[in-house]
Design a protein around this ligand. Structure first.
Ligand SMILES: Cc1cc2nc3c(=O)[nH]c(=O)nc-3n(C[C@H](O)[C@H](O)[C@H](O)COP(=O)(O)OP(=O)(O)OC[C@H]3O[C@@H](n4cnc5c(N)ncnc54)[C@H](O)[C@@H]3O)c2cc1C
Length: 488
């Protein structure tokens, strides 16, 4: 039986996949496409994570799409609001009907002879796979595994008599009101959970091995709200978005160029919230430089307020082992808890775990180099949406979608069947995909493509440079090789 064919197949119906569909519809009229989504639901991250207080840690003026203004007064939004925003985008633009749910892409095989991808697509729970084909594959599959969150191997965990829950697997039956809670971790998830759980728990202890930079920001952006009240919605959104982009870039550059100055500024902020009695050196002064890892944002200082109220506390120590009642620390202290939350991170994954083949050969993405931060060397007609590590994810994804649309239109106009970033004969100095020192990146970097030191192999992590590169940069740059149909 002939398999169904599309011009483009998008993998994933999260924030990026829905954005990609919008751009394709708007910029590549008449092109056929579908979205293949492994789960039964839209929204990706914003549907999967259900722990109390789940929220963004970037402002929604940059985490939102360029084409759809964020209208809520909250700049730092809760998970359900972000999910509604994604659903609304899909509904308003008739994207919902293009999503094929319960369709996990397991394998994608490229044939140069036929200039097309063949995808093996199966229901997430197993079941029989079907095949779909497409000319161009756009992976909007996020960056981590949905199967299981990351939990280190804690010695003696089997002795613990209470419940242990990972935030990625939070469910409605997790009861925490009136209980002694222990949250293990110091990242974005831990600092989100602690103040929220502290509202009804007896007490919450945040246990961290080492501190993270934590910065308090207003949950609402007064300038943005004023602009929205006085200017046309789209103009107000555009101005706020650029304000946020430029402020973010300014602070990132300050951190890179004058790390000591940036560190003092960040610590001064923490001290203002916690007062002089609090041991900021131990609990909030990281060993690394600001932006060597993602900063943790706490809206309206909610974490600090929880600590000041006494309903939450922070302990910086190492876990020696779990006990029947809680955990025993390297210092000898035991923390007793009714419920332990392991906010210990994600398992990162490339291309949604899809196995790639090019002309019959299995390709390991880790052996490729990233082209302009969205295509992979020697892999034809494939792009992947991967956001910034130092700014909102969607800023980069919007630009990546624009680039893909330009590419598709260019190929159509010139009659090309496919395009492939070629490494060429010149040696490319390879570097790790990102220069973050965060544990979850370091654990998984070996799975990711490399980047080069120079454009177009460099991941600039810079929105303004990427506008020049992706929105206006030459497509026929001598690196991207275009091929006519039937070219072997
Ligand atoms: C709790 C949390 C908070 C975050 N907050 C922020 C923030 O404030 N700012 C920010 O910039 N970033 C944040 N991030 C990163 C966040 O994941 C991105 O911003 C964004 O939501 C990613 O969207 P996405 O569509 O690319 O990926 P996802 O949201 O992960 O969606 C990917 C989709 O692809 C599907 N999929 C994956 N593999 C396959 C396959 N093989 N076949 C079919 N379907 C597949 C998945 O089921 C999923 O629906 C946060 C992440 C988490 C976990």
């Amino acid at each position: 039986m002939a398999s169904e064919h599309f011009d483009v197949l998008i993998i994933g119906a999260g924030l990026s996949g829905i954005g990609a569909a919008f751009h394709l519809q708007r910029r590549c009229a008449g092109l056929s496409y579908a979205i293949l989504e492994a789960r039964e639901r839209i929204g990706g991250t914003w549907d999967l994570f259900r722990y109390p207080g789940v929220r963004s840690d970037s402002d929604m003026y940059t985490l939102g799409y360029a084409f759809k203004p964020w209208r809520d007064a909250q700049a730092i939004a809760d998970g359900p609001s972000i999910l509604r925003y994604i659903e609304e985008t899909a509904r308003e633009n008739a994207i919902l009907e293009r999503i094929r749910f319960a369709s996990r892409v397991r394998r994608a095989s490229w044939s140069s002879q036929h200039a097309r991808w063949t995808l093996d697509v199966a229901p997430a729970n197993g079941g029989e796979a079907i095949q779909l084909t497409c000319n161009f594959l756009f992976a909007c599959s996020g960056y981590y595994s949905y199967e299981e969150g990351y939990t280190p191997e804690f010695p003696g965990v089997e002795h613990y008599s209470g419940r242990i829950v990972h935030p990625q697997h939070w469910s409605d039956d997790v009861r925490y009101a009136g209980k002694e809670l222990l949250v293990i971790g110091s990242g974005a998830t831990a600092v989100t959970l602690v103040p929220e759980l502290a509202k009804s728990a007896s007490h919450v202890t945040m246990l961290q091995r080492s501190p993270t930079y934590v910065v308090a920001r207003p949950g609402q952006d007064r300038i943005a709200n004023w602009l929205r009240g006085h200017l046309p919605l789209k103009l107000a959104y555009w101005l706020t978005r650029w304000k946020q982009v430029l402020l973010g870039m300014f602070f990132y550059n300050l951190c890179r160029r004058r790390p000591e100055r940036a560190k003092q500024l960040l610590l001064k902020g923490v001290r203002m919230w916690l007062g002089t009695e609090f041991d900021v050196d131990t609990h909030f002064t990281p060993r690394y430089k600001p932006w060597d890892q993602r900063l943790c944002l706490v809206p309206d200082g909610d974490l600090f307020k929880a600590l000041n109220s006494g309903r939450a506390s922070v302990v910086t120590d190492e876990i020696e082992c779990f006990t029947a009642r809680g955990v025993k620390l390297a210092s000898g202290r035991e923390i007793v808890a009714d419920l332990i939350v392991t906010a210990t991170g994600l398992n990162l994954q490339v291309l949604g775990g899809v196995q790639l083949l090019v002309d019959g050969q299995v390709v390991d993405p880790a052996r490729t180099i990233n082209y302009k931060g969205l295509m992979y060397s020697e892999i034809p007609n494939l792009a992947a949406a991967f956001g910034y590590t130092n700014a909102s994810w969607t800023l980069k994804c919007d630009l990546s979608c624009e680039f893909v649309c330009r590419l598709l239109n260019h190929m159509k106009k010139r009659g090309y069947a496919y395009c492939t970033p070629r490494r060429g004969a010149q040696a490319i100095e390879e570097e790790a995909f990102v220069d973050f020192t965060s544990g979850y990146f370091q654990r998984s970097l070996h799975k990711f493509p490399k980047q080069g030191r120079k454009t177009p192999w460099r991941l600039h992590q810079n929105y303004v440079r990427d506008i020049a590169l992706l929105r206006w940069g030459r497509l026929e740059d001598g690196v991207l090789e275009f091929s006519m149909p039937g070219t072997p």
